[in-house]
Write a protein that binds this ligand. Structure first.
Ligand code: ADP
Ligand code: MG
Length: 512
């Protein structure tokens, strides 16, 4: 029985992952992060009755390309366990393959191996070591690993193997691999990585994102490209105007998957996934995986693996030194300048603000005060966004201010400091923002300005600091700072109630 057949043997499970399974989007989204209303719709029994999946007319395709190397196959159970323990790999799912210990344990094409050698990588990262065999087996996958741990290649290299094994594109065919990402800059970065590692092959790729003319993208699509990396909005636009189609997509990736499945993007994702054959391989990747996203996510998956590196709870990359300073809103700018004077050594500094307006204001002020700062946010033209990011990447403009548009995925070498001028809207965003530093084994430092208005995040922030083994004084500083700043009125505001379980507050004399 081929893999294709074995899947079609379970129509009920197929039905579950079909996106037209009865979920009705009523346009009630308010842009908030909570996915609870989507969950309610599912749980409210709106699912249509079981029906047989229409796989008729779909050409079978191969998606299991994994042949275990003798070295990996001969690992004893305890060796596998020990390896996973050492690299903090936790796995879930049926028939889990052993992790691979070296690049040569995987049957990547020679040109991919050459690129790996050129890049100077010495061994697979933990997520790659377990994620590659899983992805190459053609199975669906949820892969969770810290920022900067090589998730892009964890899905791109198996994608290259997948494409190589499929029949050539015929005129009018859409892509075979579709990677969805939340921002244009991230989509472009992924495309560059795809281009680099697929360079010597005949695999073509293109990037589909808004804010730029459609013409060149349409031309690429019409020429035929095996790999498309896209942001959802422009892709839907291209699909609706019939510039491409998703009938050949058999390998689907959601990078920054929790973001892609939150309320802002989920309806668009649904619309896209709807057009992809149900027996595709689907892979989710992120550094954060809130519990409430899992159930929604699994609706699109079939018999998935899940691999988590490190703690399954929200956590920051341990290579980042996290410093939190309590202050009032009107102290922020002076504190920023003081901090810049201390740390500025020509290395890259990324500063996050809450709003586009705030971003513009602070950037203007910094420039007036002589700091080489440029800014990137959603109200800037794509040309300016591209230029600012390239100046920052090149180190010509070492300070970049940004909204959360730069929070996820961006991999810029030598970002030594991340500064949260404004605290982000969620702890997930905090983890992603500071994760722009400390990448690929490097060390980094994050400074976070914390005001009384952020008090509700204190408890979870302290958890993250403690998990990452940060100095307790940081956490205590937050407690004391919030204590000094916050107007304590209600029981919820009480410092003891907020921090219960974290410290010995009674000893510190804090009660409600
Ligand atoms: P993530 O998506 O997990 O945040 P990326 O895929 O952006 O991380 O990778 C971060 C950096 O690590 C990139 O510069 C990438 O080239 C590098 N990298 C990827 N794989 C390895 C490896 N096996 N060894 C060392 N560096 C790697
Ligand atoms: Mg990434």
């Amino acid at each position: 029985m081929s893999r294709y057949d074995s899947r079609s043997a379970d129509p009920a499970s197929y039905r579950e992952r079909r996106s037209d399974s009865g979920f009705v989007h009523k346009g009630e989204y308010d842009g908030s992060r909570s996915s609870s209303s989507a969950k309610r719709e599912y749980e409210g029994g709106a699912l249509s009755p079981p029906r047989k999946l229409e796989l008729d007319g779909l050409t079978p395709f191969e998606k299991n390309f994994y042949s275990e190397s003798p070295a990996v196959a001969s690992m004893s159970e305890s060796e596998v366990e020990e390896y996973r323990r050492r690299r903090e790999i936790t796995v879930e799912g049926k028939n889990i393959p052993n992790p691979v210990k070296s690049f040569s344990d995987v049957n990547f094409p020679e040109y991919v191996m050459q690129e790996i050698a050129k890049a100077g990588f010495t061994e697979p990262t933990a997520i790659q070591s377990q994620g590659w065999p899983m992805a190459l087996k053609g199975r669906d996958l949820i892969g969770i690993a810290e920022t900067g741990s090589g998730k892009t290649l964890a899905y791109l290299l198996p994608a290259i193997v997948h494409v190589n094994a499929q029949p050539f594109l015929a005129p009018g065919d859409g892509p075979i691999v579709l990677v969805l990402a939340p921002t244009r800059e991230l989509a472009v970065q992924i495309q560059q990585e795809a281009a680099k590692f697929g360079a010597s092959s005949k695999i073509k790729n293109t990037c589909i994102y808004g804010g730029v003319p459609k013409g060149p993208q349409v031309r690429d699509l019409q020429k035929g490209v095996e790999i498309v990396i896209a942001t959802p909005g422009r892709l839907i636009d291209m699909l609706e105007s019939h510039h491409t189609n998703l009938r050949r997509v058999t390998y689907l990736v959601l990078d920054e998957a929790d973001r892609m499945l939150d309320m802002g993007f989920e309806p668009q994702i649904r619309k896209i996934v709807d057009q992809i054959r149900p027996d595709r391989q689907t892979l989710y990747w992120s550094a954060t995986w809130p519990k409430d996203v899992e159930q929604l996510a699994r609706r699109f998956l079939f018999n998935p693996y899940k691999v988590v590196i490190g703690s399954p709870d929200l956590k920051a990359n341990h290579a980042i030194y996290q410093h939190v300073e309590i202050m009032s809103e009107n102290q922020k700018y002076n504190k920023l300048v003081k901090l810049l004077e201390d740390i500025m050594d020509g290395s890259r500094i990324l500063i996050f603000m809450d709003t586009k307006k705030g971003c513009d204001q602070i950037t203007r002020q910094l420039r007036m005060d002589g700091w080489p700062a440029l800014s990137i946010h959603g109200d800037k033209s794509q040309a300016e966004r591209d230029w600012v990011l390239s100046e920052f990447r090149a180190g010509k403009s070492p300070i970049m201010t940004a909204t959360d548009v730069a929070a996820r995925g961006l991999d810029v070498k030598d970002v030594k400091y991340v500064i949260n001028y404004d605290f982000p809207g969620s702890l997930e965003d905090y983890v992603h923002r500071i994760g722009r530093t400390g990448r690929a084994g490097a060390k980094g430092t994050a400074y976070t300005f914390f005001t009384a208005a952020n008090a509700k995040f204190a408890k979870d922030l302290i958890k993250i600091l403690k998990e990452a083994g940060q100095k307790l004084s940081e956490a205590l500083g937050i407690v004391e700072g919030v204590m000094a700043e916050a107007v304590l009125g209600t029981k919820e505001d009480c410092i003891y109630c907020i921090f219960e379980g974290s410290f010995s507050y009674r000893e510190m004399g804090y009660y409600c």
